[in-house]
Design a protein around this ligand. Structure first.
Ligand code: MSP
Length: 641
């Protein structure tokens, strides 16, 4: 696919620091831009800051600084946040830049000359927080419905844009272009709004009341209303009509916004463009709102999620984990809740388990068992299933991304991850490795696994770019990833592969859970790895196995799996925590002689220190488990070899 793609985010007000809401929009935009780049398109992503208006003037005055200095500081904070989150943009516009004010003034002059603007009188209930007048219908007990503060009656002469005359035209346009505003619920909302008469739009503020804005080119006693100024950023950043960059990217422009600024983008903006003789945008993509742990995010509730601090809690995978979560969790267009528990669950289940384990299993198997040279055996229905899953995931991903449905795109990729994990389970390469005659079959399996991981290193690039880059560093491709190369089944030679484990480490919410998991994982590595490497006898002899007699046994509080055993090794007694509570009652074990690893590093499991490990056998399928006991009697402490 080739073509051009131009996407914009809202330009953020510099009256607050970046939070989860701003971050979501910018992450979504960055993901979409990366996807189109991956598809080989010429992409331009614009973001920036909205710096004029009452709100900024007021907050700067309250801070005792000049509004420009205030805007400089917060604008830089936004920029830095995006940079540190690893978000890329091609341009960062600020509405206080001359390149912007020039284009705004040129458009105003054009509309004035064309008779699209007139001087009129206006009186109304004004909210300084919202920077707008409220109609009688909207007011709640004389107060602003948003800020719940008392409104001020203001009467003044202002300039008006003749927006009302575009009402019929706009209704027709929206009706004739079903995906102009999407998802559909927002299109319906706008059509509903347009059923009432559309008013002309006041586009100026007298300088006696507000100095902080762009002066009207035809009357410098006024500054431009901040929304009229702000919307034009999408055009001014490209240099305005006539600029080669504008001519290249404007025809394909798409906007991405939150539902809070729907009316300005779906009503004011198309009317402004129409009046100025500039073609309309292609699509307005509207997402909904995040709540935090079920509540509206607000400073007063103290629940504002600060994206950098949040991501930093998860170390080097924090940026990827944060973006994965917001993209996967929010159904585009619907409200969603940001809950830490859900975040940790997704991180552990989707990223650490499903994806991380697949990459680790596949790369470890290849690194351990690949010998090269021989031709791989023929493909079987198992490979065909994986190939089909890869094709299907790419098809669904393409469809989803065309509609900004990030959650569906990710679900499709994870269907493939599941298929690849099932392929490992079904083909059991570690078992094939034990039989020389199975070498060609093993080579086929390893090749398919390398291909599958390579595929993921490409399709995951827009969503988890850091992890995708690590996957590509381990498996390839080494050149710039391209969506066209995201196929499984065409690779005919095993590439050089590096082991890649711990792509996303699991996290727990408490220290004891984390310790338990680490200790269990370490034990599983020793005991239950499904692809055990060959070891030499001297390596085995480093494991000190001894007979131990269980002296006492009890359940570990709050744990379903763990038993705390006191065992005698003859000369000493030890505490050993064993994950066998679902198979043995404590009383069954007392008096039994078992085999333990006596020189295991001590570990703490659910707060109980454990000095060794009890050996047990188990099956994968039905989960049966049996502790190793002795066939004949031996004294506690006897060495097992
Ligand atoms: N300056 C205007 C936009 C002008 S565009 C020409 C503005 N700025 S803002 O700083 O308030 O940013 C609003 C945008 O931030 C929303 O449209 C949305 O993209 C994002 N969000 C702010 N809070 C949000 C949530 N709680 N949830 C999701 N996104 C939200 O409005």
């Amino acid at each position: 696919m080739s073509g051009t793609f131009y996407l914009t985010t809202p330009i953020y007000y510099v009256n607050a620091l970046p939070h989860l809401g701003h971050a979501y929009t910018t992450i979504a935009a960055d993901t979409m831009a990366r996807y189109h780049r991956l598809a080989g398109e010429d992409v331009w992503l614009l973001t920036g800051t909205d710096e004029h208006g009452d709100r900024i003037a007021q907050i700067a005055a309250a801070a005792g600084v000049d509004p420009q200095a205030y805007a400089d500081r917060i604008s830089a904070e936004f920029r830095q946040t995006w940079d540190r989150l690893g978000l890329r943009y091609d341009d960062y516009i600020r509405t206080t830049e001359p390149r912007h004010t020039q284009v705004v003034q040129a458009i105003l002059q054009k509309l004035w000359d064309a008779g699209e603007i007139y001087l009129g009188k206006y009186g109304g209930h004004y909210c300084f927080g919202c920077e707008r007048f409220y109609t009688e219908k909207e007011i709640v007990d004389g107060k602003c419905p948003d800020h719940l503060t008392v409104l001020t009656w203001i009467e003044e002469e202002n300039y008006f844009f003749k927006m009302s005359k575009y009402q019929g035209w706009l209704i027709d346009y929206v009706n004739q272009h079903p995906d102009f505003i999407r998802p559909e619920r927002y299109r319906n909302e706008i059509l509903g709004f347009l059923r009432d008469p559309l008013q002309d739009l006041s586009i100026s503020r007298p300088r006696t009341r507000l100095e902080w804005g762009i002066p009207l080119p035809f009357d410098d006693k006024y500054v431009t209303y901040v929304w009229f100024d702000a919307l034009i950023n999408y055009v001014s950043a490209l240099g305005g009509p006539g600029d080669p960059r504008f001519e290249k990217f404007w025809p394909v422009v798409q906007h991405l916004i939150g539902k809070d600024i729907l009316k300005q983008h779906a009503v004011y903006w198309p009317c402004m463009l129409k009046a100025a003789g500039i073609p309309l945008y292609q699509h307005l993509n509207v997402h909904a709102y995040w709540t935090v742990e079920g509540h509206k995010m607000s400073k007063s509730l103290g629940n504002v999620i600060e994206p950098l601090a949040f991501a930093a809690e998860y170390g080097s995978v924090g940026n990827d984990a944060f973006r994965y979560f917001v993209l996967r969790e929010m159904t585009f267009g619907l409200d969603s809740d940001f809950a830490k528990g859900a975040f940790v669950t997704r991180l552990n289940a989707d990223l650490a388990n499903d994806l991380g384990n697949l990459v680790s299993r596949a790369t470890t198997l290849i690194a351990n068992f690949a010998v090269g040279a021989g031709a791989p055996g023929p493909t079987t229905p198992d490979e065909a299933t994986v190939v089909r899953a890869a094709e299907e995931a790419r098809r669904l991903l393409g469809e989803a991304m065309g509609e900004f449905a990030f959650q569906r795109g990710l679900a499709a990729i994870w269907e493939f991850v599941g298929a690849a994990n099932r392929y490992v389970d079904a083909t059991q390469p570690w078992a094939l490795a034990r039989k020389a005659a199975e070498r060609p079959r093993l080579d086929r399996v390893l090749l398919t696994l390398a291909d599958s991981v390579r595929y993921l290193g490409i399709v995951l690039d827009p969503f988890v770019p850091d992890a995708a880059a690590r996957i590509r560093a381990a498996v390839g491709p080494t050149s710039t990833p391209r969506l066209a190369e995201a196929t499984v089944g065409a690779l005919d030679r095993l590439p050089a592969v590096q082991k890649l484990s711990g792509l996303f480490p699991r996290v727990g919410d408490s220290k004891s859970e984390r310790e338990t998991r680490n200790a269990m994982a370490a034990m599983e590595k020793v005991t239950g790895a499904d692809e055990p490497p060959r070891i030499k006898i001297d390596e085995f002899s480093r494991v000190e196995l001894r007979v131990a007699e269980v002296v006492a046994a009890e359940a570990v509080p709050k744990s379903k799996k763990l038993l705390k055993l006191t065992v005698s090794l003859g000369s000493e007694q030890r505490t050993i925590v064993a994950g066998i509570a679902q198979h043995y009652a404590p009383a069954d074990l007392v008096g039994k002689k078992v085999v333990v690893v006596a020189n295991l590093e001590p570990a703490t499991l659910m707060g109980v220190p454990s000095q060794g490990m009890v050996l047990a056998g188990s099956t994968d399928g039905d989960g049966a488990l049996a502790v190793l006991t002795l066939d004949r009697d031996l004294p506690p402490g006897a060495r097992v070899r």
